[in-house]
Write a protein that binds this ligand. Structure first.
Ligand SMILES: Nc1nc2c(ncn2[C@@H]2O[C@H](COP(=O)(O)OP(=O)(O)OP(=O)(O)O)[C@@H](O)[C@H]2O)c(=O)[nH]1
Length: 337
């Protein structure tokens, strides 16, 4: 199991990711035999990046992860959160979540924001609250401050856009003090003045994040990291072909899942499960005399050849999974069902 004070959170996260149908094993922590209190594992955790719109969350994330990242996909979601990026390096692994729904709710204060905010930060190991230090604090910032007084996990507050001459950093600190007093909270947060645009304090922020998350095995094994975006992409191409041909007829619960890629120099053989819910839907995705599935395979192989510059052999297996819908619902959110 994942070690560390926030270990339970990480376990919870993993079970949520696993819900999505992907095998995300949790390996036991390796202990250092001479110093059982020390592990050689590095640190890994899930970080929610929150803050009102336009404060620079995306810019900041892009800068933090640079090329070291495996961007999973903009559309890869768990039931609540979008995995925007996974940063894997020798210090460990940081899984960054974006928070769909929060942006939309941000304009409407009160209940909606509160609900979205609550779900955005639930179960994570650390929260990175991004503020625009070059603009006056807004009601939404107050909302976020209030929310984090209630969170037990560590919070780093990034006062972004510190490259701009006009700074409201002090006003944000005052607002935080007021919120704390109002809530009788003794919550401590770490403050950092950064510029995502210019990259100021980005290495320091990354170090702070690594120090904040628990020690433990990486949340995502390396092979999943390399394979994952490619698998999603191949699944997307196949799914798109089905969409082109079926449109209305498409079984509601159709999911494409790439199970395996065997990379030979001249040809990649890919095992693909085409998941449907009921036996009656099997015929639809196979088509009369297998014509549809053949067409989908050929079209997808052609497109993938153009994309990757290597020949593809797609092996499409239609599978009926009675309980697929539950998974499908999640997969749909994951962006490839
Ligand atoms: N001067 C300055 N501009 C910045 C900085 N960080 C981001 N910006 C600018 O602020 C604007 C918004 O940045 P985004 O990264 O899109 O903000 P966001 O918080 O992801 O926005 P939403 O997706 O709407 O929530 C862009 O024009 C960025 O170039 C910074 O450190 N300094």
């Amino acid at each position: 199991m994942v070690k560390g004070s926030a270990g339970r959170n990480a376990e919870k996260q993993i079970s949520e990711y696993s819900l999505s149908g992907f095998p995300i094993p949790v390996k036991p922590a390796r202990m250092n035999e001479q110093h059982p209190e020390v592990t050689d594992l590095g640190r890994s955790g899930v970080v929610a990046i929150v803050g009102r719109t336009n404060v620079g969350k995306s810019t900041l994330l892009n800068h933090l992860v640079e090329e070291k990242v495996s961007i999973v996909s903009d559309t890869v979601q768990t039931t609540r959160n979008v995995i925007r990026a996974i940063l894997a390096e020798k210090r460990g692994q940081l899984v960054f979540l974006d928070t769909p729904g929060v942006h939309k709710a941000e304009g409407e204060l009160g209940k909606n924001l509160n609900k979205a905010a609550r779900s955005a930060v639930q179960g994570v190991d650390a929260i990175l609250l991004v503020l625009d230090a070059s603009a006056k604090p807004a009601m939404e910032d107050d909302g976020w401050f209030r929310r984090i007084t209630r969170e037990e996990v560590p919070v780093i507050v990034a006062l972004n856009k510190s490259d701009r001459r006009y700074s409201c950093a002090d006003q944000y600190r005052e607002m935080w003090d007021e919120v704390k007093a109002d809530r009788a909270s003794d919550k401590e947060v770490s403050w950092m003045e950064v510029s995502a645009l210019q990259g100021d304090q980005m290495p320091e922020l990354l170090t702070a994040l690594f120090e904040t998350v628990p020690e433990g095995e990486p949340l995502f094994p390396d092979d999943i990291l390399t394979d994952y975006p490619r698998k999603l992409n191949i699944a997307d191409v196949i799914r798109e072909k089905y969409f082109q041909r079926l449109e209305q007829e498409l079984p509601h619960a159709l999911a494409i899942w790439v199970e395996d890629i065997d990379e030979q120099e001249k040809k990649w053989t890919v095992e693909v499960a085409v998941m449907v819910e009921r036996h009656s839907q099997k015929g639809i995705v196979i088509g009369n005399k297998g014509r549809l599935i053949k067409w989908v395979r050929e079209q997808a192989e052609k497109e993938l050849y153009e994309m990757y510059g290597v020949r593809f052999k797609l092996k499409l297996w239609v599978k009926v999974e009675k309980n697929w819908r539950k998974n499908f619902w999640i997969l749909k959110k994951l962006g490839y069902a």
